[in-house]
Design a protein around this ligand. Structure first.
Ligand SMILES: Cc1cc2nc3c(=O)[nH]c(=O)nc-3n(C[C@H](O)[C@H](O)[C@H](O)COP(=O)(O)O)c2cc1C
Length: 373
């Protein structure tokens, strides 16, 4: 029988009932100040949970230094852990599974997000093009980041490890390292943002070192079966780029494969990570196809999939699961709708980032549309 979105799949130590994964989605609705998840956030995730279905919770900063946007959650204070417990419980109550995406934004930040007003840090002191978000959602010029000293790097690895330990304490089933979309890990990986001369810069092996040290740290805390990694080869979000992405990402992905992590999660670059609607046609048609053979474990792909294109990818063996982003924002019962070929609610881009329950917890499920629930 051929594989469909509703075939089961083993990921790490878990047996998923279906392959409709909820992609990590920043919604900027945590408390401010405090960056803690709220009962509204718990309601949102609970609505999107399904028995033995996998949710990857939104990008979550590992430290104040890692914060880059207003009202994004953290996992480095007791208050934040308590908030996440509420989210995890809401998902587990419905029999679902939930991983937390661990995030350090690096240079895609602004000093106003940090209690100490310290400059954003990065691999090198290279200013991103574009504009930062200030703490009141205002747009500000990016500051030139401070390059991390070699001696500071183990401290950042420790921040990732502490965040993972807190995530497990809050009840998460695992963690996903956010190595995508031009944030700190990506800033070390790619040579547009890394011109270091120490053991973290220069050769591909050196630029991949930080990703692998963090991954090894997370494995140390959680076990390899509870660690996934997300990458966005050939992506351009966050003013990122590399002179030889094929060799760079093949090296990184082979090294991750050898560590037998729970899964690799790739963002298809043509979908522009959902940040813009137009396609990036300069990118390869499918990075999942490009790197499939470099990774031996489960591969999740994300970016612009429909049920039809998702099932074609699954059937061809290019990927093992699909993470849906915008469709999951607008359809709390997406796995069910896809199973019965029900029409989907349309998403409203205006309420993606920030705000209240509107465009967040008020998208109807099928049962409520029919007046059943
Ligand atoms: C509102 C919004 C927020 C996002 N936040 C994150 C995030 O926190 N972490 C991440 O890795 N990707 C993030 N992405 C990318 C999505 O996870 C996903 O890869 C993208 O939306 C493409 O999938 P789609 O076409 O199914 O929406 C975000 C995308 C959108 C639209």
């Amino acid at each position: 029988m051929s594989v469909t979105l509703h075939s089961s799949l083993r990921i790490g130590r878990y047996e998923l009932a279906h392959r409709v994964v909820m992609a990590p989605l920043t919604r900027m609705r945590a408390s401010e100040p405090g960056s803690a998840p709220t009962s509204l956030n718990a309601r949102y995730y609970g609505q999107r949970a399904s028995p033995d279905g996998l949710i990857i919770a939104e990008a979550t900063q590992i430290s104040w230094q890692g914060k880059g946007y207003p009202r994004t959650p953290g996992i480095h204070t007791d208050e934040q852990v308590a908030g996440w417990k509420g989210v995890v419980d809401a998902v587990h109550d419905k029999g679902g599974l939930i991983f937390l995406q661990l995030w350090h934004t690096g240079r895609i930040s602004h000093s106003s997000h940090r209690p100490d007003r310290g400059l954003p840090v990065s691999a090198s002191a290279i200013t991103p093009a574009g504009q930062a978000f200030g703490s009141a959602f205002e747009r500000l010029p990016y500051e030139t980041p401070r390059a991390l000293d070699t001696e500071e790097i183990p401290e950042v690895v420790e921040d990732y490890k502490r965040a993972a330990a807190r995530a497990i304490f809050a009840g998460f089933d695992g963690v996903e390292l956010h190595g995508a979309n031009g944030y700190l890990i990506d800033q070390f990986l790619q040579d547009r943002t890394n011109n270091r001369t120490d053991q973290y810069g220069g050769s591909i092996a050196n630029r991949v070192r930080f990703l692998l040290e963090v991954t090894d740290g997370l494995i140390n805390v959680c076990g390899n079966e509870r660690v996934g990694v997300r990458l966005s080869p050939f992506g351009t979000v966050g003013d990122i780029g590399d002179s030889d992405p094929l060799r760079l990402f093949a090296h990184a992905i082979e090294a991750l494969s050898a560590r037998r992590i729970a899964y690799l999660h790739l963002i298809e670059p043509r979908a522009n990570a959902g940040v813009r609607d137009e396609a990036n046609l300069d990118a390869p048609a499918s990075v999942a196809a490009l790197f499939r053979r470099a990774f031996k474990g489960p591969l999740i792909a994300s970016g612009g999939f429909t049920k039809l294109s998702a099932e074609a990818e699954l059937k061809s063996g290019t990927v093992d699961a699909i993470a849906f982003g915008r469709a999951f924002i607008a359809n709390p019962d997406l796995p069910h709708r896809l199973a019965i070929d029900a029409p989907l609610n349309a998403f409203d881009r205006r309420t993606f980032y920030g705000g209240d329950e509107r465009g967040y917890t008020d998208y109807p499920a099928l049962a409520s549309l029919r007046g059943v629930a």
